[in-house]
Design a protein around this ligand. Structure first.
Ligand code: F6P
Length: 323
């Protein structure tokens, strides 16, 4: 292997730049030429591929976003699109790929490998933490801390006005951001797609809180919860109760930006090194993850398809600690 390329794809996540830096420098350290592909699969199809040097990744370790930009490519979903991408890679003599992204990115890489045999190793980069084969994904820790900072601020105003706040956090179909920011922020209720929480249960808990003279209550709603989004749930609770002063805040994309935490920088750097070393050792169609503080490789198949459930004790913690 002489020449490899790196790209970021799907939703950006804080720490992706730290990962790009690690990939670029590990490749150069091993005397491999490294190329950057702009805007994920979209840029691959269009041949937006350029040589990277050690200096190309100076001073990016601490920045959010991705210097390689990101996109969700519709064209790459088609065989024709993937063929164009392969031709571009061949034109640049690329022998292997490092894909930084989430399950959509890995699904694309898996099909691409099956069709064209391009060796690819992935690094899990998504704030959602919904990838099997790694305890944490790049960007998740930063997103949880961003959500937590917002929840702490909401608590100040909620307490001052004796209000109930419904705070919606991201996560697509996963409740990881919700559960950890909820526990860290002392939420009274956390609603996640992984477990059912009915409107009646929410009302019951809020009313108990009122009887216990709680000054405020915070309900964290994961955006993928089966009861709907925070605004819809708040409306249902409002209609069924009297005397609860309710407000809704949706945190949205602020959870995707910002300076990566130390944990994310280190995790991303470790995965970036692991991905290049794996590729050079002949691994392909796998993701470099970290489980129990050990670098492990998991097939794209498992990373995409296997479930990573939220531990039951975390769900129980909210109930115990919010009395
Ligand atoms: O996968 C990351 C994520 O931020 C999810 O939490 C969210 O559902 C989605 O991306 C939002 O996507 P977009 O930025 O395309 O609106």
């Amino acid at each position: 292997m002489k020449r490899i390329a790196v790209f970021t794809s799907g939703g950006d996540a804080p720490g992706m730049n730290a990962c790009i830096r690690a990939v670029v420098r590990t490749a150069i350290y091993n005397n491999i030429e490294i190329y950057g592909i702009m805007r994920g699969y979209e840029g691959m199809i269009k041949g937006r591929i350029h040589r990277m040097e050690s200096k190309s990744v100076s001073n990016i370790l601490q920045t959010g976003g991705t210097i390689l930009k990101s996109a969700r490519s519709k064209e790459f979903i088609t065989h024709e699109g993937r063929k164009k991408a392969y031709q571009q890679l061949k034109h640049f003599d690329i022998d292997g790929l490092i894909a930084i992204g989430g399950d959509g990115t890995f699904t694309g890489a898996k099909v691409f490998h099956e069709e064209f045999g391009m060796p690819t190793v992935g690094c899990p980069g998504t704030i959602d933490n919904d990838i099997y084969g790694t305890d944490y994904t790049i960007g998740y820790d930063t997103a949880v801390n961003t959500a937590l900072e917002a929840i702490d601020k909401i608590r100040d105003t909620a307490d001052s006005h004796n209000r109930v706040f419904f705070v919606e956090v991201m996560g697509r179909d996963s409740g990881y951001i919700a559960i950890q920011s909820g526990i860290g922020g002392g939420a009274e209720i956390v609603m996640v797609p992984e477990t059912e929480t009915t409107i009646e249960q929410v009302i019951d808990t809020l009313q108990k809180g009122k009887l216990n003279h709680k000054a405020s209550s915070i309900v964290i709603v994961a955006e993928g919860d089966e009861e709907g989004n925070a605004a819809e749930i708040a409306e249902k609770v409002k209609t069924a109760t009297n005397g609860l002063d309710i407000r809704v805040t949706t945190l949205g994309h602020i959870q995707r930006g910002g300076t990566p935490t130390a944990r994310d920088r280190i995790l991303a750097s470790r995965m970036g090194i692991g991905a290049v070393e794996g590729l050079l050792a002949g691994k392909s169609n796998v993701m470099a993850g970290v489980e129990n503080n050990q670098l492990v490789y998991t097939s794209f198949d498992d990373a995409i398809n296997k479930q990573k459930p939220i531990q039951d004790d975390l769900i129980k913690m909210v109930e115990v600690l919010s009395i």
